[in-house]
Design a protein around this ligand. Structure first.
Ligand SMILES: [Zn+2]
Length: 241
């Protein structure tokens, strides 16, 4: 009885804390029913360095402690609309948050394709990530089993019923950890390369070039490798003033 009351009180305080933290935005998104309990993805035996690396990165993404622009901008107090991804091939005006990096960013397209194929393979066709909603896939990529995917597993084809559900889940989560670990490692490398390539500029006279202005406003530092010849020329002119 006392133990139950203590747990309830602890849970209430924890929920209040979770709801008050901006950095836990993604955590609230994937855990719609906040429960103070050990999460599945933390309980699996980890057989390789990839598993461990992936688990650590998943945790960092879940709690907003990572090197994505959305998290770094919180520290530097950059407005959200300026925390944009600078890695995409087509420089989309997209905030670099967990969802963008894991599900949309073109730089990680190859890793994503491998993940989708591997998840289908290890689940013997029971889980096809292409058919689930973006929200469900995001949950799975961050270690939460969404109802939609659980239902898919419960009603999986006969051909994949020779494998126990818990074994499929374990295999799938290993693939997800591999993916998240690989993506975040590549992201860190790109981040480092970007810092080395950046050229400081003086922000003047770019009003008629909103695309470049956006980049400059974002960080006041521009990744030269992503600029067109014209933009690079303008940048050089700007930097000389
Ligand atoms: Zn991107």
């Amino acid at each position: 009885m006392v133990k139950e009351a203590v747990h309830t009180r602890a849970q209430q305080l924890w929920i209040k804390e979770v709801n008050s933290q901006p950095s836990l935005r993604t955590y609230r998104l994937i855990n719609t029913q906040l429960q103070l309990q050990l999460q599945d993805y933390l309980c699996q035996p980890e057989l390789s360095k990839d598993d461990v690396r992936g688990r650590i990165q998943m945790t960092k993404l879940r709690v907003g402690n990572n090197n994505l622009k959305i998290s770094q901008g919180r520290i530097s107090r950059t407005p959200i609309e300026h925390r944009l991804c600078v890695n995409c091939d087509n420089l989309m005006d997209e905030v670099e948050d967990e969802q963008h990096v894991l599900q949309k960013c073109s730089v990680f397209k190859d890793q994503r394709q491998v993940l989708f194929r591997q998840v289908s393979n290890v689940s013997q066709g029971a889980i096809d990530l292409c058919v689930f909603s973006d929200a469900s896939v995001l949950c799975l990529l961050l270690g939460v089993w969404p109802k939609e995917v659980q239902d898919g597993l419960d009603h999986r084809p006969r051909s994949s019923r020779n494998m126990a559900k818990k074994d499929i889940k374990r295999q799938v989560m290993r693939q997800v950890k591999w993916f998240v670990g690989r993506v975040m490692r590549r992201h860190r490398v790109l981040d480092e390369q970007m810092k080395q390539r950046r050229v400081e500029v003086v922000f003047v006279g770019f009003d008629s070039h909103p695309h470049l202005s956006r980049l400059l406003l974002q960080v006041a530092l521009v990744p030269v490798a992503q600029l067109s010849v014209d933009e690079e020329l303008m940048l050089m002119m700007g930097s000389q003033q």
